[in-house]
Each structure stands twice: as C-alpha cells, then as structure tokens.
Ligand binder design. Structure first.
Ligand code: ATP
Ligand code: MG
Length: 390
C-alpha cells in the first residue's frame, strides 16, 4: 500500500475511478470544498465527466490512463467496485487509494463477501458457492431451496439473479447464467430491508450516518426512508455494530455501505456491501449536515470525521428511465414542475442521455420535520409522476 500523507489540503486534485452518478455526486461534494477532481471513465458523456475539467477517457485497465491518474491525483477513490483487480492493485502501489485494493476485491465477489461476514461473526443467508454443474446438483437441498442463484461477480440491480425452486430449475439457471461461479442463497422471508453507511479514516476513526429502511421493486431500490421511526432503534444499532465489525475486519478506509435483511423475528442478516457511497443514502445530501459524499472526500484527504447529524427526516425516490415514457411508449420529460411544487422536494438528475427502463436517471428526496410529512409529500410525488405509491 502506498503511504498516504496525513492530510491533503484543498487545491489538490482527487481522482475517482468511474464516472457514473456516484462519481458525479462525489465530484460535486469535493469541488464544493475546493478540491479538483479527475475522473477515469471510458464514456465521454458519463454523468461525472460532464462536471470535471479532467476526464481520462479510457478503459479502467489502460496502463497509460492509470499512470495519468496517479500523476495528477493526490489520492484516488472509486465510485464503482468492478474496476479490474490488477488496476486497483497497481494504483494501490503508486498513489494513496481508499478504499484499498484488497477491500474492494472482497466486495467484488459475493462468495468472498459472505466469507468475510462469517469470519467477523455477522450472520448472512444460508448459502452455497457453486463452481460447476456438479456443485449445482450438490447444492440443491432443502436448506437452500427455494433460493436465489446469483453470479458471484458483476451483478447489480438484481441482474445476474434467478429464483429457483427445484434441483432442475437450479441446474438450468446455472447454465443460463453462463456456468460462471455463483452463490445459491436461500430465499428468506423479509420483514424489512435496511442499510447503514459508515466512514472509516486511515487512523481507524469511524462515524456513521443514520440507518435507512429500503423498499426494492423488481430487484432495484425504489425508495429509502430515514429519520425517527424509519428504522427500529434496536435494529439500527445492531446493523451499525455489524457494519463496524465488517469495516474493522477489512481494515477499511473510506465509505462503506452494508445492506441487511430484517427477518420476521427481528434478527439481522447481512445481504451485501458496497465499498463506496450507496444509492440508499443519497438522501444524506439533503437531510444531513455531512453527506455520504462529504464523508468520502473527508476519508480520502484525511480530514477529521465529525459525527454527522440528520437535521431532516427524508424519503428518497429513485427516478428510473420508465418515467421518461408514456404508456404508449412515446418519450416525454417527466413533469418536474408538478413535483417541485411540493414542499421539501430536492431534485437530482444525473445528466444521462438515453432513458431506458430500469436505468437510474436521478433521484428525488423529500425532506421534512417528520417522516410522516416527508412520506406524504413523496406519495403525492408518486401520484404526480405516475409511480405506484409505496
Ligand atoms: P444492488 O447491487 O443494486 O443492491 P444486487 O443486484 O446486488 O443489487 P441484491 O442486493 O443481492 O442484488 O438483491 C436485490 C434485492 O433482491 C434485495 O434487496 C432483496 O430485496 C432481494 N433479495 C436478494 N436476496 C434475497 C434473499 N436471499 N432472500 C430474499 N430476498 C432477497
Ligand atoms: Mg443489493
């Protein structure tokens, strides 16, 4: 690991691998504090590329591109965990990188993630790692069925996942996913889903944002709720304690999100983690005095991690590409004026060019004095946008 200076002052340039919406919001936060931002991203029109003076437009494993980023950036972070391991390992040797390559490698692989959860004593769903057809046959037992077969690597927004009920369905699903390494997880009865975001500095200091409750639709996050009453205090405290164990177990530096399932008896099961800010905590930009993106640059530059305070209750709605189409398939711009007329609306659009079903185009956060009030306004926004209410 490259030695990091104790503190990188504003004026320096910070590098980010990946130019999607998370890179864009990182850039917005870091630029506000006076840092320059350079993005390594192969798409010239990516959300973050539109905002920063320096985009290195190349694949993540391009040697020249990595050299350029290492030269201009005082430290580098990621917005996307699927950067090739070799590229991360090279950067780790040449520039301060947070999170470090070994921690990201664990987050790239569901099997490794689950092994880590188990090692630090955090429960996860009953599961089996499947490498070949024989493994699929061996995993088809009552403890894991009905289950969800997930590719070990490269899945997101429910992609690379198939629900299976029988041994036959399991072997067919394994073939359908290309015969790549997979994890079969038992399908659990979920009472709720919650996530927590924590930040850990190079000195091991940790702070956390308040836990949020999440609703998924079709494997994609639909809404997140944060503030008094969103998450049972005891559940939130246990989720936070588990996330701290996980971060410490990885000797983690940076922002880490852990997603949990809450089972019927109130017990918690870790689902997965992300070595970066997370969609479920986008509300912190508008609801907290320090957002998850502020924590990302603070951990990267070695600035103090003040304990974040949530000043408003919040409900966040994801804005997916479907919203840009009428029922008959004609493209249109959603009626933003109608939702902006509602109190406490914060509209975030990522500047993506083509709207497609399931594509995350932006998000809309409602802040209010109470969660009830924020929920009320968010429900009215759903009605105005034509979204099924929660
Ligand atoms: P993302 O990276 O966008 O969070 P993903 O593609 O990695 O999503 P998961 O987090 O594994 O997917 O699963 C997406 C959603 O599917 C979960 O939030 C949950 O609603 C449901 N789900 C996943 N695994 C299980 C399970 N074992 N039992 C019940 N529901 C599950
Ligand atoms: Mg998930």
């Amino acid at each position: 690991m490259h030695d990091a200076p104790a503190y990188i002052a504003p004026g320096a340039t910070l590098g980010v691998l990946g130019g999607g919406q998370l890179g864009r919001m990182f850039a917005q936060a870091a630029q506000a504090a006076g840092y320059g931002v350079a993005v390594l991203e192969p798409d010239a029109h990516a959300p973050a590329a539109q905002l920063v003076p320096l985009q290195v437009c190349a694949p993540y494993d391009d040697t020249d591109a990595l050299h350029r980023i290492a030269r201009v950036a005082a430290a580098v972070t990621i917005e996307f965990e699927n950067v090739p391991a070799a590229a991360l390992a090279w950067l780790d040797d040449h520039v301060p990188l947070a999170p470090h390559a070994a921690a990201v490698a664990v987050c790239q692989d569901r099997a490794e993630e689950k092994a880590l959860f188990t090692r630090v004593g955090v429960p996860c769903a009953p599961h089996a790692v499947i490498d070949d057809a024989a493994g699929a046959a061996a995993a088809a037992h009552a403890a894991l069925l009905p289950g969800i077969l997930k590719t070990a690597r490269l899945g997101y927004d429910g992609r690379g996942q198939i629900t299976v009920r029988t041994a036959q369905e399991l072997s067919a699903a394994f073939a359908e996913l290309g015969g790549v390494r997979c994890v079969l997880e038992r399908r659990l009865e979920l009472r709720d889903e919650v996530s927590v975001v924590i930040a850990r500095g190079r000195d091991g200091a940790q702070v956390a944002l308040p836990a949020q409750r999440n609703i998924h639709r079709g494997g994609i996050l639909f809404a997140s709720f944060a503030g008094d009453g969103a998450v049972d205090a005891d559940v939130g405290a246990r989720a936070l304690a588990a996330a701290r164990e996980i971060a410490a177990g990885l000797d983690y530096v940076g922002v880490l999100c852990v997603e949990f399932f809450v089972l019927a008896d109130g017990s918690l099961v870790a689902n997965e983690m992300a070595p970066r800010p997370h969609n479920s905590a986008h509300h912190t930009i508008d609801s907290c005095d320090v957002s998850q993106f502020d924590l990302q640059w603070r951990t990267l530059v070695g600035a103090p991690l003040a304990v974040p305070r949530q000043h408003s209750a919040a409900v966040m709605l994801n804005l997916l590409g479907e919203l840009w189409f009428d029922a008959d398939g004609t493209q249109r711009e959603p009626d933003w004026a109608a939702v902006l007329a509602l109190p406490g609306a914060h509209l975030h659009l990522y500047g993506k060019r083509g709207a497609r079903a399931g594509r995350k185009m932006g998000h809309l956060t409602f802040t209010a004095a109470t969660l009830h009030e924020a929920g009320d306004h968010a429900r009215r926004a759903c009605a105005r946008l034509g979204l099924e209410a929660f």
